[in-house]
Ligand binder design. Structure first.
Ligand SMILES: Cc1cc2nc3c(=O)[nH]c(=O)nc-3n(C[C@H](O)[C@H](O)[C@H](O)COP(=O)(O)OP(=O)(O)OC[C@H]3O[C@@H](n4cnc5c(N)ncnc54)[C@H](O)[C@@H]3O)c2cc1C
Length: 494
């Protein structure tokens, strides 16, 4: 009997993972990708011996990666050569004080007590809460699907979810543990990974600082793109076929089903099911007939964006550690400028990644490969944002911040520069509004409230990736791939 077929639109992390699971179950799977290589947002580029991970730089939640590689029939350690990054981050505050977040509790005690006497005990209590949240979130929200309202709204589930402090905002909750505003920001800035402000994020997200300190932040030798290389090998071995450099132009539908996809020159590829890994709001807006859901999605909250600078530098700056973060005193104003004004803060918090500190092969000997990431509002759709000006201002701010670490000559040592602004993110990966993490993870857009991984009308059209369940992040996209592939296999009756 002929095996059933699935077309996957996009070779991002979620698409690659789902494609592999489906092919392993005997389905005929073809991935159609608009770009010339797989990975989507988890991308890279190389120039003159400098290698850049242009999207993710942090390998966090290793237990989730391990579980997902195991589900694919392999193991994380078989696939990746990992080293722990400890201290995880070097934080630099406006007053010049610094904090190295580390799992070495003696060092943490010494550092924290110098910031605020008694704060070490506060941190231990905070991490305890984070540990509880981590376990509950994974068991009750991440590792499962919500096909029906009663999957989510059961009395038992709601009682447990209440323990996640969903209605208390993360920053507000920090007063229970710390008085010093620098410490409040040191243990909440991670919310930006969800594209969220700590002033809006639920206190649930204390799980992120917990997992970073308890389970570690890691680095795969060769960079984050090694995850993509490993996933594409697994997919090819399972029999998945790939078509690159081919944007899907439409999903071909009848009144209740998807019949396949249309690519250039009106060519149609038929399939028993279509799985869209391209970001969900873009798919509703651009690949399907307009309907009510597409209109509703337009009004949802989107995560922020970033301006990223990639610099090949002809000397090494040892003052920069693998992950250096400059955190601004006007922390609240930072998030307001990004979320409310869709702009750049006047004194932005920002992040610098120096991978050669971990892996000398990422830069030529005696030189540096540096990425600076400055969070900024997503595209407004109007004419109020001048990305050229915002880019220049962000660049000035990075140099200003570097001077506080004694780095004053970097401009004259930059050999080449690449910059991504929100329009670049939109163009490269079809991310609506150039929003780097897709739909935001505010309370009303999480779990059951996040768009489902199956279209409500077209019964064989499915979604995988950051803007569907469970949400953004590489290991989470792998979970999304596993969950949706199970649903497809069940519903196609394979
Ligand atoms: C700057 C940045 C930093 C990040 N940092 C981290 C981090 O440190 N750690 C972490 O875990 N996560 C991080 N993330 C998040 C993580 O990268 C994403 O959540 C994850 O990679 C999303 O995967 P996805 O499955 O949604 O697919 P996507 O990456 O969205 O891929 C979708 C694919 O579909 C393709 N596509 C789109 N439209 C079409 C079309 N019409 N036809 C064919 N193909 C199409 C795109 O080209 C793309 O390849 C970061 C993201 C960004 C942007």
């Amino acid at each position: 009997m002929k095996s059933k077929s699935v077309i996957v639109i996009g070779a991002g992390i979620g698409g690659l993972t789902a494609a592999t699971h489906l092919a392993k179950r005997g389905l005929h799977v073809t991935v159609v990708e608009k770009n010339s290589r797989p990975g989507g947002r988890c991308d890279r580029f190389s120039r003159d011996g400098h290698h850049f991970d242009t999207g993710p730089t942090l390998f966090v939640m290793p237990l989730l990666y391990e579980a997902e590689f195991h589900a694919l029939g392999t193991s994380m350690c078989e696939q990746l050569e990992l080293q722990r990054v400890d201290p995880t981050y070097h934080l630099v505050f406006d007053d010049g004080s610094q904090l190295a977040l580390t799992s070495d509790m003696q060092s943490m005690q010494k550092q924290l007590e110098a910031f605020q006497p008694g704060s070490f005990q506060g941190m231990l209590r905070y991490l305890q809460e984070g540990g509880r949240h981590y376990q509950l979130v994974l068991d009750k929200l991440v590792n499962r699907d919500f096909h029906h309202a009663f999957d989510f709204f059961s009395i038992q589930n709601l009682a447990l979810l209440f323990r996640l402090k969903p209605l208390i905002n993360h920053y507000g909750n920090m007063s229970t543990y710390f008085d010093d505003p620098r410490l409040k920001s040191a243990f909440t800035f991670q919310d930006i990974y969800m594209g969220l402000s700590p002033f809006e994020a639920p206190a649930t997200f204390s799980m992120m600082p917990y997992t970073e300190l308890a389970h570690g932040v890691w680095y795969p030798k060769g960079g984050m793109y090694r995850v993509v290389e490993s996933l594409i090998d697994l997919a090819r071995t399972a029999g998945v076929e790939f078509i690159f450099n081919t944007p899907v132009e439409r999903i071909d539908t009848d009144s209740t089903h998807a019949r396949g996809v249309l690519i250039a020159d009106g060519l149609r590829l038929d399939a028993d099911a279509v799985l869209a890994n391209a970001d969900l709001p873009y798919v509703y807006q651009n690949l399907l007939p307009q309907d009510r859901t597409a209109q509703t999605l337009k009004k949802k909250r989107f995560s922020c964006s970033v301006i990223s600078f990639f610099w090949g530098v002809d000397k090494t700056y040892e003052a920069l550690r693998p992950h250096t973060l400059f955190l601004a005193d006007d922390y609240r104003e930072n998030f307001e400028r990004i979320d409310r004004d869709l702009s750049l803060p006047t004194n932005p918090s920002l992040y610098i990644h120096a991978p050669a500190r971990l892996d000398s092969s990422m830069a030529p000997s005696g030189q540096d490969t540096l990425t600076a990431i400055v969070p900024v509002g997503h595209m407004s759709g109007g004419t109020d944002q001048n990305w050229g000006e915002l880019r220049s201002e962000a660049r000035r701010q990075v140099f200003r911040r570097l001077r506080s670490l004694g780095i004053t000559d970097i401009e004259s040592h930059i050999k080449f520069e690449e910059t991504y602004t929100p329009p670049s993110w939109r163009k490269r990966y079809n991310l609506m509004k150039g929003s780097t993490h897709g739909l935001s993870h505010r309370l009303t857009q999480m779990a059951y409230f996040r768009p489902s991984n199956r279209h409500p009308r077209y019964r064989n059209l499915y979604f995988v990736g950051a803007s569907t369940h469970p949400g953004t992040g590489i290991p989470t996209a792998m979970v999304s791939g596993r969950l949706v592939s199970k649903r497809i296999v069940d519903e196609l009756g394979v």
